[in-house]
Design a protein around this ligand. Structure first.
Ligand SMILES: Nc1nc(=O)c2c([nH]1)NC[C@@H]1CN(c3ccc(C(=O)N[C@@H](CCC(=O)O)C(=O)O)cc3)C=[N+]21
Length: 287
């Protein structure tokens, strides 16, 4: 039976590390990190996530602000808000909660966030820096996955890593981070022969958003399985991942549960990214 990877516990530890640094920054530099979250419309899931992010920010001693706009807000109004947050010295991290309404071009909004304040690591400058192997703010979810691998003593170097999903926010940056750590990386998508690719994975990361897409029988015995999927079951409103959890647990060496795996790590890494942005703001030339 696979060992469970307790993302909730690791995330709590990451937040505690951040809190200790925040306390020190306050005393030594008089600096309080600030996170501004922008939310548009009334998507209930977004509301829950944003509440979780604000709660985590406050718990570690950040200033945090939620800027909520009606779903009818214009792109220009949203841009003006982002520009104002860019200029606000108390704001070190900016997060624009996705998805945005259809009449707003998310790429334009994300590109408007100053790269130094891009807490999500979604700005093209940060994405490009990651690609080039330079210092960058990296996307929170894959960053959280790398931390979970570290926690279980899983060294990617020389291993076959298979990433299922090629989104800009999880799959692609995940593949780049594993590559940076010298894994042999395969990226799968809807045209891939999934059973055969998955069966070769020593490290498997699945981020598609299709309930139980990856069957337990495909998993290589001893593999480390990271399930980024979060699918709400209509029957009972419970969360399930992209991996057939029970069957995969019989073959994997380690596996993340859903919930309680990657999700809490995403928020913890957002908090980390904001702390790092605040520290960088003390040395303007450091970015
Ligand atoms: N600009 C932007 N940045 C994001 O990081 C971002 C976003 N937009 N839009 C939506 C997604 C989703 N996301 C989650 C974060 C934490 C949990 C999380 O903590 N999940 C808990 C369970 C939550 C529950 O029970 O509903 C868990 O997996 O244990 C889930 C989802 C961040 N996102």
């Amino acid at each position: 039976m696979a060992q469970l990877i307790d993302g909730k516990a690791v995330a709590a530890r990451v937040r505690a590390e951040v809190k200790a640094e925040v306390d020190r920054l306050k005393v030594e530099r008089g600096l309080v990190p600030g996170l501004a979250v922008v939310r548009v419309g009334e998507d209930p899931a977004s509301k829950t996530y944003v509440t979780g992010k604000k709660k985590a920010a406050e718990e570690v001693g950040f200033h945090s602000w939620e800027h909520h706009r009606d779903s009818t807000v214009s792109q220009d109004e949203l841009l003006a808000l982002v520009h104002r947050l860019n200029e606000d010295p108390a704001v070190h991290g900016i997060l624009v909660q996705l998805p945005l309404p259809r009449h707003i071009d998310a790429d334009v909004i994300i590109s408007a966030v100053r790269p130094e304040k891009d807490a999500d690591g979604f700005h093209p400058m940060n994405a490009g820096s990651l690609l080039l192997g330079r210092a960058a703010t990296r996307p929170c979810t894959p960053l959280g996955v790398m931390r979970l691998l570290e926690e279980i003593g899983c060294e990617p170097s020389g291993k076959r890593a298979v990433v299922v999903g090629r989104s800009n926010i999880v799959g692609k940056p995940m593949a780049l981070m594993l590559l940076q750590r010298n894994a042999t990386v395969t990226v799968c998508h809807s045209k891939s022969d999934l059973p055969s690719e998955v069966s070769r994975a020593d490290i498997l990361v699945v981020a598609v958003g299709v309930r139980e897409l990856v069957k337990g029988a495909w998993i290589k015995p001893g593999a480390v399985v990271i399930d980024v999927g979060m699918n709400r079951k209509e029957e009972d409103n419970k969360l399930v991942g992209d991996v057939e959890f029970a069957a995969a647990s019989e073959r994997a060496s380690f596996i993340t549960p859903v919930p309680g795996g990657v999700g809490p790590m995403t928020i913890a890494m957002l908090i980390r990214n904001t702390l790092e942005a605040a520290i960088r703001s003390l040395v303007p030339s450091s970015y």
